[in-house]
Design a protein around this ligand. Structure first.
Ligand code: TEU
Length: 547
């Protein structure tokens, strides 16, 4: 049993890992051009080592015209000069390895940039060998093949007059969708991935991977019929040749589907990012901008369902944040009076569950959303498109700004707050997007100095995971599912039992259960006080006992 576990642990090292996500444009600038870069990341590796993480997922740094901040790739086998060179990338991989950190690349395989050589060729003629790399439909100008809409607004079809054809794009028109039905496309992709694996990359995050097997004539974007067939081929031809961590972004994943993606037989990926818990605070059937009150009980039940369903049948990723999402402390916590307490509470609740935790840059400092006064301060294509579309549709400007303050992707993209100096220590130049003015209070330097900071709390949580196998193996059980204030659950691994108990509100809340646990060992707690039967605002505690 113990031996099996050890073997399993080596193969599935990522089950014990904590991953940190870097949005490279906003992490650290090294050359004063106002944009983060690879040398900036190298300079911060010691910080990441101190935090204790095992791997870093970096959003795309390939050559790109940056219409969607690098999620529009024009050359998969080169680094954008804005970020540095391939030699810098090699150095980053090596320097990270020295500190026990693996580099996870972000693969955007659903679409390329319209400036990718394949697309430039594809546009030249219907008989060009690259034409079939993309998804085309004959037609007439002004009459779209169907009503499908792009994620970033407008129709999902773009007219090319020279060809008298439309091409399909699920995102911006500058992001034409690749045709995965074409085996040549798949082969090109596999060879490119193998090339990165040879450079020493430790894993991959796969952008909108559930959208590759589209069937636009049937209006199918995600979970197309051939999806898992493609993924098994992809995995066999590439990932399975190395001991990698792979995580697919899958907005359309249910627990049933996630069991396929993260099948313990290793036939697809290590795990997926699912978004059910992220989509709860929007009105049903509407867009993310259409805010709904936070449904706390639904949140707990949703997370619990994923814990239960994937137990021994798959593997969860655990995340509150990424580069597309608002800051968690501004969403489910309190970014005012109880910022520190609630940031720690949210961390404890997430890291206490089963799965691989992801920390998005600045989350470990309790960074918050931003409220820029004017739309011209925003940079994100999704945000600015929505702003003008909604104004045109007659929405009040104030309401549009309210949605944007809550949900704009730029909330996550303001520069990393390193210190209280100019531009938060992010750049000596003019940052490409403004720094959140609260950097004078919230920054890494202050957090590192303070023994009670959010940062130190994250460090401790990461350490606890390494020291206590129950974090990885324990079976999850939700307590008081209908309670509207407490998030409480246990994890059980053989004789060991762990309790995670958190107050999700800004007031004192009774939790008599804690009385029964009064002799248990306290693993982590976000208040100085003794643990009683009443929890203070956003108080959270993790206890363990051996029966
Ligand atoms: O995101 C997928 C995606 O669907 C998002 O656009 C999401 O719907 C939106 O952000 C929610 O508001 C991935 C990347 O994470 C994102 O940054 C890219 O823009 C997108 O794919 C296109 O590559």
């Amino acid at each position: 049993m113990a031996e099996n576990r050890a073997k399993e642990q080596q193969k599935s090292w990522w089950k014990n890992a904590v991953v940190y996500q870097i949005y490279p444009k906003s992490f650290q600038d090294s050359d004063g051009d106002g944009v983060g870069d690879i040398r900036g990341i190298i300079g911060r590796l010691d910080y990441l080592e101190e935090l204790g993480i095992d791997a870093v997922w970096i959003s795309p740094m390939y050559r790109s015209p940056q219409n969607d901040n690098g999620y529009d790739i024009s050359d998969y086998q080169d680094i954008d000069p804005m970020f540095g060179t391939l030699a810098d990338m090699d150095e980053l991989i090596t320097e990270a390895r020295k500190r026990g950190i693996r580099i996870i690349m972000d693969l955007v395989l659903n679409h390329t940039s319209d400036e990718h050589q394949w697309f430039e060729e594809a546009k030249k003629g219907k008989d060009n060998p690259y034409h079939d790399y993309y998804v085309w439909r004959d037609g007439e100008e002004g009459t779209y093949p169907n009503e499908m809409k792009a994620v970033f607004g407008g129709p999902a079809w773009e007219w090319v007059p020279e060809l008298k054809q439309y091409y399909f794009h699920q995102f911006a028109p500058e992001q034409p969708d690749l045709n995965w039905e074409n085996p040549k496309v798949r082969r090109e992709i596999y060879d490119m991935i193998l090339w990165w694996m040879e450079r020493g990359v430790g894993g991959f995050r796969l952008d909108v991977i559930d959208q590759i097997a589209k069937e636009p004539d049937k209006g199918i974007t995600n979970n197309g019929p051939r999806l898992h067939e493609f993924l098994r081929e992809l995995s066999k031809e590439t990932f399975q040749k190395g001991n990698l961590i792979t995580v697919g972004e899958a907005w359309g994943a249910t627990p049933e589907i996630a069991k396929k993606y993260s099948n313990p037989d290793g036939s697809e990926f290590s795990m997926v990012f699912q978004f059910e818990h992220i989509l709860l605070d929007q009105q049903e059937g509407k867009e993310k901008w259409d805010l709904a009150p936070l449904p706390f009980v639904k949140l707990k039940k949703c997370l619990a369902r994923w814990q239960e369903e994937l137990f021994e049948k798959g593997w969860n990723s655990l995340f509150w944040n990424n580069h597309d999402l608002p800051r968690i402390v501004s969403r489910w916590g309190d970014d005012g009076e109880y910022r520190t307490e609630s940031a720690k509470m949210l961390a404890a609740v997430l890291h206490g569950m089963q799965g691989t935790p992801y920390i998005y840059q600045g989350e470990e400092l309790g960074m918050t959303n931003v409220k820029f006064a004017d739309i011209s301060d925003y940079r994100d294509v999704e945000t600015t498109n929505m702003y003008y579309e909604r104004l045109e549709a007659g929405y009040e400007q104030e309401d549009v700004m309210r949605s944007l303050y809550a949900k704009s992707r730029d909330n996550a993209r303001t520069p990393m707050q390193w210190d209280a100096g100019e531009n938060a220590g992010f750049t000596t130049g003019t940052p490409w997007i403004a720094v959140n003015p609260n950097y004078t209070q919230i920054n890494a330097e202050a957090e590192r100095r303070n023994p009670d900071s959010v940062y130190q709390f994250y460090r401790k949580l990461i350490r606890l995971r390494k020291e206590n196998p129950i974090f990885v193996n324990g079976k999850f059980e939700l307590l008081f599912p209908e309670d509207e204030e407490l998030f409480a659950y246990t994890r059980t691994d053989g004789e060991t039992k762990m309790l995670v108990c958190a107050n999700f509100t800004g007031k004192n809340v009774k939790c008599p259960l804690l009385g029964k646990w009064k002799d248990a060992e306290v693993l982590i707690h976000n208040y100085e006080k003794e643990i009683g039967e009443e929890l203070k605002p956003y108080e959270a505690v993790i206890l363990v006992q051996h029966q």
